[in-house]
Design a protein around this ligand. Structure first.
Ligand code: PNS
Length: 161
């Protein structure tokens, strides 16, 4: 059985994340969506909240599992015997950061491959930070996040919960 890991902060999950997870789930037998700690970011949602949002957003994808992990991705991938990390790549601006992470993970776990999926054109500009900024100023985020978690995300980002 080939397992892949889709790692990220998912703070919060967006349509772009969901698209990559769906596509990874078509290519691998099992996909572990790993909600990790990015020390460079201060999250708006707790780890438990992000897990819950992702479970709801991806409830229709049968071969995935959503987990939270506070540690090195390379170690977690070894623990899960994952063949690959799958990440979405939006624009050239993502490349340097993603490439640095891929090479670091390869050094830490030489068995592990990183695969990049080109983001779908409609999600090219989309990021969790952009969602937070639009919501923070009262804008409509409904095109950017899954409908079933829209209210929960909106309430938090608009300061209502
Ligand atoms: O969605 P993000 O914030 O771009 O995802 C980055 C993430 C969480 C995948 C990365 O920060 C990560 O892997 N964190 C876990 C700690 C780790 O392994 N750091 C070294 C990666 S080079």
């Amino acid at each position: 059985m080939k397992t892949a890991i889709c790692p990220g902060s998912f703070d919060p999950v967006t349509m772009g994340h969901l698209d990559i997870i769906r596509r990874a789930a078509r290519m691998f037998d099992h996909v572990v969506v790993a909600i990790m700690v990015n020390p460079e970011k201060k999250p708006s949602f707790t780890l438990e909240e992000r897990i819950s949002l992702l479970c709801r957003a991806a409830a229709d994808i049968p071969n995935i599992e959503v987990v939270g992990f506070d540690g090195l991705l390379a170690d977690y991938a070894r623990q899960r015997e994952a063949a690959a990390i799958v990440k979405g790549l939006r624009a050239v601006s993502d490349f340097e950061y993603e490439f640095q992470m891929a090479l670091t993970n390869k050094k830490l776990n030489p068995e592990l491959e990183t695969m990049f999926l080109a983001t779908s054109a409609e999600n090219m500009f989309l990021s969790s930070s952009m969602v937070k900024q639009v919501a923070g100023f009262g804008g409509d985020i409904s095109p950017f996040v899954p409908a079933c978690v829209l209210k929960t995300i909106q309430d938090r980002l608009c300061g209502r919960a």
